[in-house]
Design a protein. Structure first.
Lengths: 293, 450
């Protein structure tokens, strides 16, 4: 009993500094934002309490709904691409048949270490409707199809999302690859003895055992998508108009450009809430039970 | 053992809280009453005079990226050093970030002593007492006497107080065109809207970009709309947004939106316009790749230097033939285009205020001398180092005849400016119907201007 208590105290002692730091740099600002969202405030002058007025205004704001929708598109795009392709590549690279897998892993991971500004500039050139690589490929193939990737009200958000999907796929690849490599080899040997094909072994052994990894990947890609900002800031400034706004970008515009800080905080509050809901849902429904063979 | 643990825990908690509170407490509050502080500079002046020989370090927040920003800045620094040799100036370069850094500095009470401000920032900082009134220094240093009569109004706000000393006169928006490109392609230089539309179609058909717009930023689009709107209502967007004397649902704005939309549909803009920045657009125009370029009068010097006789500007032939002549001297743009203010939390307010006043006027002179700005703010006898390009001389002469000017977007209400930037950009995609543009903008403006 005494030993157990001491252990708990030790845990508390070692986690307390980090917990306090987390409270100061995360919880406190979040609570402050929630509080400030109840005010009409330009960020500098005396705030005026408006209750839930900012939230009512937010609900009636078309840009809010568009930004929210864009956040979901962004999150869906990067989740499907990064986890889907990451898994596929991780399975291929973890196969014994693939040689030089380290070279490929490094190559796929390389975009992750590039700064978003450089990646954004690179893709601005690729997307350029006049001399960009994509339209030039269509031209070289003799196709008349051309797309103004970043100027089109419908295509722009997909084009911007793809840049994030491309850049950060490597993180998911490495996470999934590492998880696959941590699965004991004798599981597969036993499966082979039982006559399982390669595909069967993956569906029955690899996939269930990757549950925890998928959970983590889902959380970072969905919440990362919902709060997408960098690519918009570098490539489109949320435009044309508001067509590539996400909630984060809307919050930035309202707080820093329109001096509408209270309203910006309300946008931030909705964003935090959405991220929390998705995190809870993912934790509740994905990989609920730890599988141990 | 437990007691020991309790002690350790308590010490850890106390230390962490102290550290975090110290981190939060490092920010000084902006002065509570900036206006009061200007009323009592006399006492401070005495103290400061006693320290006359001491070196004073002032921090200035200003643009310093393009050559036309650097050269006038350096010139002004050199000139003011003659009058105030004890001041050492430390530059904090202003990023192009929609004033986010400046507002953050103000919120944390860390504003540099002297700051470059736009009209929108003056309003915001005035309201929150982040900048001081400069009336006394303006009078003491006879600043108004050094400003040309046409621009004296730029010194004062609507309540006849000065919070920022201008560092340039009132440049307006200009419709530049490449004469050579018109001649080579045998396209008529437009004199009214129909001819302008015809020229857009003609250039587009020849694969030449009609208008190079750096629409990566929101303001060029808003100004383009204002250029059309001022053909039918001299007040343009300023009338609706700042003067609150009308509505965007009025016929003038509807017509402006319809014509702008028609031009976009006719291929006025490059499909890459939304990812085009200023440098790219400027190079497209000056390298002869596009016919028209819309920008402020501050670009007269650089454009004139690059294109010489090949470039000229038009009197905005964007109205119907019947009204184009009457509206040709109604110019979009103008108004207060930036100046220097003094932070209320400056430790050397008196010196900073004097320095800011002198620095602003010397910057204006520097813009004439170094950047060939042909519309001097001051009455000082300053001449450009290089002869003015022909286009700049023409503007200097003709600008005296302008009947009305409006404001650039950074001089408009900031909430409304964001709304206009977003909605005009959508209109320029060609996929946002005019009626929806008018209805959405009206609704958003009403909300923003409440």
């Amino acid at each position: 009993m005494q030993k157990d208590f001491k252990y708990k105290l030790n845990v508390l002692l070692f986690t307390l500094p980090a917990l306090l730091l987390f409270t100061v740099v995360v919880c406190y600002p979040v609570l402050q934002s929630l509080y400030k969202s109840l005010f009409d405030w330009d960020g500098l002058s005396k705030p005026v309490f408006v209750g839930f007025g900012n939230y009512v205004k937010l609900w009636g704001n078309d840009n809010f709904h568009l930004s929210n929708k864009n956040g979901f598109i962004f999150a869906a795009m990067i989740t499907v691409y990064q986890i889907g392709l990451g898994l596929l590549l991780a399975l291929v690279l973890s196969s014994k048949a693939v040689r030089k897998s380290r070279f490929f892993r490094t190559s796929y991971f390389m975009p992750v270490v590039i700064s978003t500004i450089i990646a954004g500039q690179l893709w601005l050139q690729i997307y350029n409707p006049d001399y960009g690589l994509i339209n030039k490929i269509f031209e070289a193939l003799g196709m008349s199809y051309r797309q103004a990737w970043l100027s089109d009200d419908k295509a722009a958000i997909y084009a911007v999302s793809f840049v994030n999907a491309w850049q950060y796929m490597g993180i998911h690849l490495v996470l999934i690859y590492t998880a696959i490599k941590s699965i004991p080899e004798h599981y597969y040997e036993a499966a082979v003895i039982d006559g399982a094909s390669n595909a069967k072994a993956h569906t029955k052994i690899t996939m269930p055992l990757l549950g925890e990894t998928f959970k983590f990947c889902l959380v970072i890609s969905i919440t990362g998508g919902l709060k997408g900002f960098n690519e918009m800031y570098v490539m489109t400034q949320g435009g044309p108009g508001t067509y590539t706004n996400t909630l984060t970008y809307m919050m930035y515009k309202q707080a820093f450009m329109a001096n509408n800080y209270g309203f910006g905080c309300a946008v931030a509050a909705v964003l935090v809430l959405e991220c929390l809901i998705f995190t809870v849902l993912i934790n509740k429904f994905v990989a609920r039970d730890r599988i141990v063979y | 053992m437990n007691k020991m643990l309790n002690k350790v825990l308590s010490a850890a908690v106390a230390a962490t809280l102290t550290l975090s509170l110290a981190a939060c407490g490092g920010t000084a509050k902006p002065a509570e009453t900036a206006k009061d502080q200007t009323a009592a500079p006399a006492a401070e002046t005495k103290k400061e005079e006693a320290k006359k020989d001491e070196k004073v370090k002032l921090k200035i927040f200003s643009q310093y990226s393009l050559p036309e920003e650097k050269q006038p800045f350096d010139y002004a620094k050199e000139q003011v050093a003659k009058a105030m040799p004890n001041v050492e100036l430390e530059l904090d370069i202003e990023p192009q970030d929609d004033n986010a850094k400046l507002k953050t500095l103000a919120a944390s009470g860390d504003l540099p002593d002297i700051i470059r401000v736009t009209a929108g920032i003056v309003d915001l900082f005035k309201k929150s007492n982040n900048i001081i009134q400069l009336d006394q220094y303006v009078k003491e240093l006879k600043i108004e006497d050094r400003i040309r009569p046409a621009y004296k109004g730029l010194l004062w706000d609507s309540e006849k107080h000065c919070y920022a000393v201008p560092r340039t006169a009132s440049p307006t928006y200009i419709m530049y065109y490449n004469k050579e490109l018109f001649e080579k392609n045998n396209i008529k230089v437009p004199t009214n809207y129909d001819e302008f539309l015809a020229s857009i179609k003609a250039f587009s058909a020849k694969g030449i970009m009609p208008v190079s717009l750096f629409a990566k930023e929101a303001w060029p689009g808003v100004m383009l709309f204002d250029a059309f709107a001022t053909r039918y209502d001299a007040g343009g967007l300023m009338k609706v947004v700042n003067d609150k004397k009308g509505s965007i649902t009025e016929d003038a704005y509807k017509k402006a939106a319809s014509q702008l939309y028609e031009c976009v549909k006719a291929g006025m803009l490059s499909k890459a316009a939304y990812s085009t920045d200023y440098d790219t657009a400027f190079n497209q125009f000056t390298s002869g790749k596009c016919a028209y370029f819309f920008n402020g009068a501050w670009a007269l010097g650089p454009i004139g230097d690059k294109l010489g006789d090949k470039v000229d500007y038009l009197d905005f032939p964007l109205a119907d033939a019947a009204t184009v002549e009457a509206a040709k001297l109604n110019r979009p743009g103008g108004g207060f285009d930036g100046g220097y203010s003094v932070a209320a939390n400056s430790k050397n307010k008196d010196i900073a205020a004097k320095y800011a006043c002198l620095f602003a006027l010397e910057t204006a002179n520097g813009r004439v001398i170094k950047a060939s700005e042909a519309y001097p703010l001051t009455v000082d006898d300053v001449k450009p180092e290089k002869p003015y390009p022909a286009i700049a001389l023409k503007y200097a002469e003709e600008s005296k005849k302008f009947k009305s000017t409006t404001r650039f977007p950074w001089g408009l209400n900031e909430k409304a400016n964001v709304v206009l930037g977003e909605n005009v950009a959508k209109l320029l995609t060609g996929g946002y119907p005019v009626d929806k543009f008018i209805a959405d903008t009206d609704k958003a403006l009403q909300d923003a201007l409440k």
